[in-house]
Design a protein around this ligand. Structure first.
Ligand code: ATP
Ligand code: F6P
Length: 453
C-alpha cells in the first residue's frame, strides 16, 4: 500500500475496540503484516539460475524475523518417482517424463496448501522452474482458490561463465547425479537446460496482472510489478540487495570493559587495560585474517566499541542500531543484583530469554527487529568488520549461521576473539582467531548467578 508520501505503509494489526492500550511487556512478532497474510513465492527461471539458493536465503531471513516460511522444492518431490533422471526426462516430447513432472508439481502444491491450511505458515516458496505460462496460470488458479497471494520471482541470467560455474559448483554434486562422473554430469545438465530453453517463456506483458519481480543478471537490473503489501515489499527489497561477490564478514566484541570487570551489565564504560591491549592487537589480527582486502568497520555508538576500533586504519561508521541490548531498569546491575531485586524477572528471562523484555528495555526479539536494516546493509556490502556487543553479535551471528531462537541468546561469544564468516552458496564458513589476551567471561549459564570472571 503506497502512502501519500510515496512510501510503503506497513499493515498493522487492528486493535479490537476495548483492548487496553497499555505498553506491552510481552514482545510481539514482526508486528507489521496483517495476521492472515499468506503468500506463495513462485520461483521462475531456467535451471542453475540460483532459484534454490535465493529460496533458501529468503526462508532464513524470514525465519530470523520470526515470519514462518518454508520451501517446497519440486525437484525433491520428483526425486521420489525419478531419483536420477537424464536430460531426456526433461524433454517435453517425453510423455512419461511430462506426466511424472506434473505429478511432482501437484504433490508440492498440495503439500503447500495443506501447510497453509494447518494455520502456522505465512510465506511458502514454490521452488521449481515454473518456466511456462501454462504452469504459472495453473499455480495462480490453485492459489486464488485458497485465497493465497502470489509473488513470482524470476531469475534470468545469460552470463555463460556464471552458469557454467554454477553447474560445476552445485549441480555435479546434486543427488540427481549421485555416483556419476562430474564431467558427464555437467554435460548432461547443460542438455537438461537446453530442453528447458525450448519451452521457456519469460514473464511478459500478458502476465502484467500478476505480482512479480524479475532479477536480471544477479540484480544488475530489477523489474518490479504490482507489489501489493508490506511483506511482499520486504521480500522484494531483500532480493534486490543480494549479490554473489565473494566476501567475508568479521565480528568482534569490544575489548574487555570496566563494567565487564565489575560484572555489571549495560552502561557506557571505558575499556579496561586488557581491553586496551586487545584494541592495539586488533589491527594485526585483522591483517592476519583479511590480508590486504579493503574493509569498512562498523561500531556502535558506545565508547567501548569506538575505543576498541580506534587503531584500525579503515573507513569507520557508527550505528546506533549496533548498541547493546537495552537492559532498562537493570542497566548497571550485576546478574546477582538483578536476581535479588527482580527475582520474578530474573526467572522469566531464564525461562524464555529470547522473548523476555527488560522493564523499560529490550528483548532479543526487539533487537533482531532493530538489526534488520543492518542485515540488509550487510547483504548489499562486501567486506565488513563489526565491533559490537555480546547480545548484538549473537543476533547477527544467528542470522548467518541459522541458529534457532531458543539457542541464540545462550551462545557463548568470548571477548578478545575475532570471528570470520564467509558466505558460500549453501553454507557459511566460520573461523575464529583468539588474541591471546586474557579477559573475564561475561557468559552466564541458564539458572546460574555466575559472576564475570
Ligand atoms: P534448478 O532449477 O536446477 O533447481 P536453481 O536455479 O535452483 O537450479 P541453484 O541450485 O540455486 O539453481 O544454483 C545455485 C548457484 O546459482 C550457486 O552457485 C549460486 O552462486 C548461483 N546463483 C545465485 N543467485 C543467482 C542469480 N541471481 N543468477 C544466477 N546464478 C545465481
Ligand atoms: O555483560 C556484557 C553484556 O554485553 C551486557 O552489557 C548485556 O546486558 C549482556 O552482555 C547481554 O548478554 P545476556 O543477554 O546473556 O545477559
Amino acid at each position: 500500500i503506497m502512502g501519500e508520501d510515496g512510501y510503503f505503509q506497513p499493515q498493522m494489526r487492528k486493535v479490537p475496540t476495548g483492548e487496553l492500550m497499555q505498553p506491552s511487556r510481552k514482545t510481539n512478532g514482526y508486528g507489521v503484516q496483517a495476521e492472515d497474510t499468506r503468500i506463495c513465492v513462485v520461483m521462475v527461471g531456467l535451471p542453475a539460475r540460483g532459484k534454490s539458493l535465493i529460496a533458501q536465503k529468503v526462508v532464513r531471513y524470514l525465519g530470523w524475523l520470526s515470519i514462518p516460511a518454508k520451501t517446497f522444492n519440486v525437484g525433491q518431490y520428483r526425486r521420489s518417482n525419478t531419483p536420477t533422471p537424464t536430460a531426456e526426462f526433461f524433454d517435453t516430447s517425453n510423455a512419461e517424463g511430462e506426466r511424472l513432472r506434473r505429478a511432482a508439481a501437484e504433490a508440492a502444491v498440495d503439500d503447500m496448501i495443506r501447510w497453509f491450511a494447518a494455520g502456522s505458515g505465512t510465506i511458502a516458496i514454490l521452488d521449481a522452474t515454473n518456466s511456462t505460462k501454462d504452469r504459472r496460470r495453473w499455480i495462480q488458479e490453485r492459489c486464488d482458490a485458497e485465497g493465497i497471494e502470489t509473488l513470482y520471482v524470476e531469475s534470468k541470467c545469460d552470463d555463460g561463465d556464471l552458469i557454467m560455474s554454477n553447474i560445476l559448483e552445485v549441480k555435479t554434486t546434486s543427488p540427481d547425479y549421485k555416483g556419476q562422473d562430474p564431467e558427464k554430469a555437467a554435460q548432461d545438465f547443460r542438455n537438461r537446460i537446453k530442453n528447458y530453453e525450448k519451452v521457456y517463456e519469460t514473464i511478459d506483458e500478458d502476465e502484467s496482472d500478476m505480482t512479480y519481480v524479475k532479477l536480471i543478471n544477479v540484480g544488475k537490473q530489477v523489474i518490479i510489478n504490482r507489489i501489493q503489501d508490506y511483506l511482499q515489499s520486504r521480500v522484494v527489497y531483500y532480493l534486490m540487495n543480494l549479490h554473489l561477490k565473494s566476501r567475508s564478514i568479521w565480528l568482534s566484541r569490544h575489548g574487555e570493559s570496566n563494567f565487564n570487570l565489575s560484572g555489571q551489565i549495560g552502561g557506557d564504560a571505558d575499556i579496561s587495560d586488557r581491553g586496551e591491549a586487545y584494541a592495539r592487537r586488533l589491527p594485526e589480527l585483522v591483517k592476519q585474517s583479511a590480508g590486504d582486502r579493503q574493509l569498512t568497520v562498523w561500531t556502535s555508538t558506545l565508547k567501548r566499541t569506538i575505543q576498541t576500533a580506534r587503531f584500525l586504519e579503515y573507513e569507520k561508521l557508527e550505528w546506533k542500531a549496533l548498541d547493546e541490548l537495552d537492559s532498562g531498569v537493570c542497566d548497571g546491575l550485576t546478574y546477582a543484583e538483578i536476581a535479588e531485586q527482580y527475582p520474578e524477572d530474573f526467572k522469566q528471562r531464564d525461562d524464555d530469554k529470547y522473548n523476555y523484555r527488560y522493564l523499560g528495555g529490550e528483548s532479543y526479539r526487539d533487537v533482531v527487529i532493530r538489526l534488520e536494516p543492518i542485515i540488509m546493509e550487510l547483504e548489499r556490502s562486501e567486506n565488513i568488520l563489526i565491533v559490537t556487543h555480546q547480545a548484538i553479535l549473537r543476533c547477527i551471528y544467528a542470522y548467518f549461521m541459522n541458529v534457532p531462537q531458543e539457542r541464540s541468546p545462550w551462545m557463548e561469544v568470548p571477548l578478545h576473539t575475532l570471528i570470520k564468516l564467509t558466505p558460500k552458496a549453501y553454507s557459511t564458513i566460520e573461523e575464529r582467531l583468539k588474541a591471546d589476551i586474557p579477559a573475564v567471561s561475561t557468559f552466564r549459564e541458564k539458572g546460574s548467578l555466575a559472576k564475570h570472571q
